[in-house]
Design a protein around this ligand. Structure first.
Ligand code: ADP
Length: 672
């Protein structure tokens, strides 16, 4: 086994690799960007070196600096994680030139699968079934359009070099082809430095099923069963599971064997994933599968495979990279139980899953156990920046069967509470609970089809939530009064009394909470040993206290309410029965409640680069007209007109960097 390895990555995957390395007694070296100086992976590693500024191109993608660091500190091998340099054949080659083992497949295997088009050629020859489409070298727009016509709409345009759901466009009809192609090429050029595309028949309601393969340097290869990753948003996975519901043993074997054939066709070594799309349902084509691509690295969702096989895939990677044989044979592998993984992202499902950035001021997670595993690189106090993937954690659960695993996931999600950035945890909880997912009626359109159910209007705080918020604030008032009294040296001072006593006033407090544009007033009357609350739904008696674990217990009449309430400044985040309510405490004497005056704001939703200006000064536009395209977090965000009106002034040009909140252009709405 290696004595020391360098991990050329960050976040949860760097932490994940360090964990196994430490268990095997292998020393670890972390690299980090200036933005990650205080990151968890830096703390966990035995040694850590800064390799450059925040932007990935200046740090995590700097092969030269990474290799120099590895050589300088005496590492024998480099683990690339996923993303960044993990599928970069030149990097794998450069590792070998520097005398370092690249923990991954040989450069030629990476190259063979690096282009989706080339990969399809190879797989077609190896007899692996392919989605009907065009994956030729010729790329002129007219030819591509003709090919799309031959395939038949809808078609999917994919960046040949693509990954992570980027550089993909569904085109419904010929008239839309040219625009979609241009936008796909622009995004793939920006994200992958390569604008070549391929075309595929767009399958209605397919399932995404992938096979984990492993191969060693001795020519042995096997498969570690499948993962179902059909639940996606923006063509990106959010919820994965193993085994795939409804998979027959015969189908499992044939997909596994096709995947092993794919790996052998390219002389594969190490961990890889062969991705297929499969026809869903019960019809005559049900289960027919087509090769989509091969990922020549460890996948984000590898933990579900670990949970059902009891194996550590990072350990297998290290052993194989050392030249050891595969630790098991195909016959020695078996599936036990069912595992699910939910990706917890800093993103706003209500805003089309737009990444959310900011400092995580509070983070609490369920306890880890045989049933619950959390892979994360983030702690409370850390900042989700626009530079990297906004994933906060992977929540993985295991149990003996799917219904039991679902119940575990439901409970675990409820306990995963984050304040400071918007997250998708409630969205995930609704996803788990939705009928289609619960009954395993899975396909890649599930989220879109159930949008209304999955993305309901934010819940309005009812009496129970208002009572909890009021209790938290009343206890805070009491504590402040006690601190003042203690500080004044006169514990009997009337100014230290915290029963709402006021000169010439009734003993009560009026608390006004706002939730968006909605206001809720709660009057709290002080009574001996309790409060009496005037809530929108009536008068109720209230008592309660903070618990040693930081949660809040309230007795509202005879109902016991349990919640977590996180207070920061005037903001209260109430986590109650799996839902988070964000309330602003409003002191009527100090400010006016903000109205929705910013509805028409043309501000950048996040820091990014202007990549297209689609309008000009004085242009008259309709609601929804695309005005500016901003590239942020490697995605395109189109800023559209908020209503009918006139563009007054464009403040930025193509290529300029903008800060979050920067006004991009002046807009004058038409008078109604
Ligand atoms: P990436 O490498 O960016 O992840 P993939 O080629 O793996 O892209 O595709 C990602 C997802 O897009 C798939 O899981 C599937 O949901 C969807 N997809 C890909 N190809 C097709 C297709 N031909 N028809 C329908 N959906 C597709």
């Amino acid at each position: 086994m290696f004595k020391k390895i360098l991990i050329a990555n960050r976040g949860e995957i760097a932490c994940r690799v360090i964990k196994t390395a430490q268990r095997l007694g292998v020393k670890t070296v972390a690299v980090y960007s200036e933005a990650d100086a205080g990151a968890r992976h830096v703390d966990l590693a035995d040694e850590a070196y800064c390799i450059g500024p925040a932007a990935a191109a200046d740090s995590y993608l700097r092969a030269d600096k990474i290799l120099e660091t590895a050589t300088r500190c005496g590492a024998e091998a480099v683990h690339p994680g996923y993303g960044f340099l993990s599928e970069n054949a030149d990097f794998a080659e450069a590792c070998a030139k520097s005398g370092l083992v690249f923990i991954g497949p040989p450069p030629d295997a990476i190259r063979a699968m690096g282009s989706k088009s080339a990969a399809k050629n190879i797989m077609g020859k190896a007899g692996v079934p392919l989605v009907p489409g065009y994956h030729g070298d010729a790329q002129d727009a007219a030819l591509l359009k003709k090919e799309a016509g031959k395939i038949g709409y809808p078609v999917l345009i994919k960046a040949s070099a693509g990954g992570g759901g980027k550089g993909m466009r569904i085109v419904e009809k010929a008239a839309d082809f040219a625009d979609a192609l241009a936008s796909c090429q622009r995004e793939s050029k920006a994200s992958f430095g390569d604008e070549r595309v391929l075309l595929e028949k767009y399958l209605a309601r397919p399932r995404h099923i992938e096979i984990q393969v492993f191969a060693d340097t001795r020519g042995e290869a096997l498969y570690l069963f499948e993962r179902d990753c059909s639940v996606q948003r923006r063509h990106q996975k959010v919820l994965e599971e193993a085994p795939a519901p409804g998979m027959s043993q015969a189908r499992r074997n044939s997909m596994g064997e096709a995947a092993v054939a794919a790996a052998k066709a390219i002389g594969y070594v190490g961990a890889g994933t062969v991705e297929f799309i499969a026809e869903p349902g019960e019809g005559k084509n049900a289960g027919t599968f087509y090769f989509m691509e091969m990922n020549t690295r460890l996948q984000v969702e590898h933990p579900v495979t670990e949970m059902i096989t009891g194996l550590d895939l990072v350990e297998w990677q290290l052993r194989v990279a050392c030249g050891e044989p595969l630790p098991r044979t195909q016959d020695e592998l078996a599936i036990s139980g069912h595992a699910l993984e939910a990706r917890i992202y800093a993103e706003d499902p209500a805003k089309n899953f737009l990444p959310s950035t900011g400092r995580i001021t509070h983070l609490s997670a369920p306890a880890e156990s045989r049933h619950v595993r959390i892979d994360t690189g983030v702690r409370a106090g850390d900042t989700i920046t626009p530079y990297y993937d906004p994933m906060i954690a992977k929540l993985i659960v295991w149990d003996t069967d799917r219904p039991a695993a679902l119940a575990r996931m439901r409970a675990a999600l409820e306990q995963f509470q984050v304040v400071g950035v918007t997250t998708n945890t409630e969205f995930l909880a609704r996803l788990i609970a939705c009928e289609a997912f619960a009954t395993a009626d899975l396909d890649t359109g599930l989220i879109e089809r159930h949008r209304a159910e999955l993305l309901p209007e934010p819940p309005v705080a009812g009496d129970e939530v208002l009572a909890l918020a009021a209790l938290a604030e009343l206890l805070a008032i009491e504590r402040r009064a006690e601190e003042r009294a203690a500080g004044s040296g006169d514990p009997c001072s009337p100014w230290g009394i915290c029963d709402g006593w006021r000169l010439n006033q009734d003993n009560h407090h009026i608390l006004v909470f706002s939730q968006g544009t909605r206001e809720h007033a709660v009057t709290a009357h002080y009574r001996p040993g309790r409060f009496e609350l005037e809530l929108p739904g009536g008068r109720h008696s209230l008592t309660g206290a903070w618990q040693p674990d930081g949660s809040l217990t309230a007795w509202l009449e005879d109902a016991v309410l349990q919640a977590n309430v996180v207070m920061s400044g005037q903001t209260l985040d109430v986590f109650f029965r799996g839902i988070r309510y964000r309330l602003e405490l409003h002191d009527p004497a100090l400010h006016e409640i903000e109205t929705d005056a910013h509805g028409g704001s043309m501000a950048a939703p996040m820091p990014g680069k202007i990549i297209a200006v689609l309008t000009k000064n004085g242009a008259k536009v309709e609601k929804g007209t695309p005005l500016i395209i901003l590239e942020a977090m490697k995605m395109e965000h189109t800023i559209t007109a908020p209503g009918r009106g006139t563009v007054r002034e464009i403040h930025y040009q193509v290529g300029e960097q903008v800060d979050e909140g920067a006004e991009l252009l002046g807009f004058e709405p038409d008078k109604a």
